[in-house]
Design a binder for this molecule. Structure first.
Ligand SMILES: NC(=O)c1ccc[n+]([C@@H]2O[C@H](COP(=O)([O-])OP(=O)(O)OC[C@H]3O[C@@H](n4cnc5c(N)ncnc54)[C@H](O)[C@@H]3O)[C@@H](O)[C@H]2O)c1
Length: 439
């Protein structure tokens, strides 16, 4: 099939690459010329394991081509909208990219004789596809949905860091549709995936995505609050999470305590669902608490450091401090809403000399904090520092504590992800979120 993807970011590019690897001809459209050029040169503009290698194959075979020109979507059977849907200032969804994309698509459809199916993959609040995208497409094309073109909503569930394998082995595929032709085409496209395909109305598909992300975020805030209680009680949150997760009704996943959730999805999606619920007369009380816990959680890292050095900021002010992990989770370069951001802001207020390091996220973090000192590797980040904050659980940070001790001037280690083994320490002051009693 000839498939179109509007937006060559984490979702659009990975999906296009995935379908191209299955033999489809994929056209990516992005307004960012630099991204387009990079993709055509087989250099992924984002870090995702395996993506560069895959791009090399599918750009050479011309199964994937990128451009800035919507007219290159001509004759696509299915076109996926994959542009960003960031948060507005009040937490509501900002639909400006979606609207601009729908307008340009409408103009493109005007010139088409086939029956293109437009499927929204971006995360959008319920009724956006029906009440915002569809009218813009009709107005700008002069054509009728269901008669001249199809409309669908296919939420995306891939996770950054394992996006390509998630593409190949999805847990489920949700298809929101209005018309039979779109339903048939989407079912055919997804027929070889070995998972359930759930067909639902458009707005249900939209809400499934928000409800899923908000539920996972709730699990994280829940276990983070239990972790903070463990700190006070001298207990280990991983033991508690294990005991909970063995109950199949609860499940093991997303019970990993830490410095709070970040990334381009959970914070903005929870906020958008809160705003949308309120607008519809349903008070989002649970989600307010989820965001409340998450807002405070990065501060736990600093609190543990200050408690360990006598309670006040005096022992950290002006000191050299290592921050290991800038991306919001390992195996990605995405730093959006990373817990490292509020931590760095607090450390800067204390005039700390920060030595920051991340295996993949430095370029993106630099856009937020251009003047930090970025280390070329973990060793230089630790050199002569008085405190080290492990924010992201990259594998390479998992070393014996004696390694940290040998590089640092004063080995105060705050391990927000509990990746180090306290047994390997000699002189370090080691504190970990949810591991009460570590010293
Ligand atoms: N990143 C994830 O893990 C993930 C997972 C599931 C769903 N989503 C959702 O998918 C959507 C996209 O997320 P993302 O992380 O890929 O975003 P992204 O910011 O990485 O990529 C979006 C791309 O769209 C391009 N763009 C913006 N306006 C455009 C336009 N009018 N025409 C063409 N291109 C345009 C941008 O230049 C950018 O490259 C969001 O709604 C997000 O919530 C993201």
């Amino acid at each position: 099939m000839k498939l179109g993807f509007i937006g060559g970011g984490y979702v659009g590019l990975v999906s296009a690459a995935g379908y191209a690897s299955l033999g489809h001809n994929c056209q990516v459209i992005d307004i960012d010329k630099k991204k387009v050029d990079a993709i055509n040169n087989a250099v992924a503009p984002i870090y995702e394991e395996g993506l560069d290698e895959l791009l090399k194959k599918i750009t050479v075979s011309k199964h994937l081509v990128a451009s800035t020109n919507y007219s290159d979507l001509a004759n696509c059977e299915l076109i996926f909208i994959c542009v960003g849907t960031p948060s507005g200032k009040d937490g509501s969804i900002n639909l400006s990219y979606i609207k601009s994309c729908a307008e340009q698509l409408g103009k493109m459809i005007k010139l088409q004789d086939n029956f293109p199916i437009i499927a929204v993959k971006s995360t959008v609040v319920p009724k956006t596809t029906q009440s915002v995208v569809l009218p813009l497409l009709e107005n700008h094309s002069g054509k009728k949905a269901g008669v001249d073109f199809g409309i669908a909503m296919v939420p995306e569930f891939l996770k950054e860091g394992s996006a390509l394998s998630d593409f190949n082995s999805p847990d489920r595929i949700v298809i929101g549709v209005n018309d039979k032709k779109s339903s048939d085409a989407l079912k055919k496209l997804h027929s070889h995936f070995k998972c359930e395909i759930l067909e639902v109305p458009l707005a249900t598909a939209e809400l499934i995505k928000y409800a899923s992300n908000s539920f996972l975020a709730t699990k994280i805030s829940f276990i983070n609050q239990i972790a903070n209680l463990c700190d006070v009680l001298g207990l280990d949150v991983d033991d508690v999470a294990k005991g909970m997760g063995l109950d199949s009704r609860i499940g093991k996943q997303f019970l990993k305590a830490g410095p709070g959730f970040g990334g381009s999805c959970f914070p903005k999606d929870v906020k958008a669902l809160m705003h949308f619920s309120s607008q519809n007369g349903i008070a989002p009380t649970i989600l307010e608490s989820v965001m409340g816990v998450n807002y405070l959680q990065p501060q736990r890292m600093l609190k543990l450091a200050l408690e360990a050095t006598g309670g006040g900021p005096a022992n950290l002010i002006g000191k050299t401090v290592s921050v290991l992990g800038l991306a919001f989770k390992p195996d990605t370069d995405d730093c959006r809403e990373s817990p490292a951001i509020p931590l760095v802001e607090e450390l800067l207020k204390m005039n700390c000399k920060i030595q920051a390091y991340d295996p993949k996220g430095i370029d993106n973090f630099k856009k937020l904090f251009p003047n930090l000192q970025y280390a070329k590797d973990m060793e230089s980040a630790l050199a002569k520092s008085h405190a080290c904050f492990i924010v992201t659980d990259w594998k390479e940070f998992k070393k014996p504590i004696s390694y940290y001790e040998s590089k640092m001037a004063f080995p105060l280690i705050i391990d927000s992800r509990r990746i180090l083994d306290a047994k390997t320490k000699a002189k370090a002051i080691y504190r970990a979120i949810g591991k009460g009693g570590t010293s």
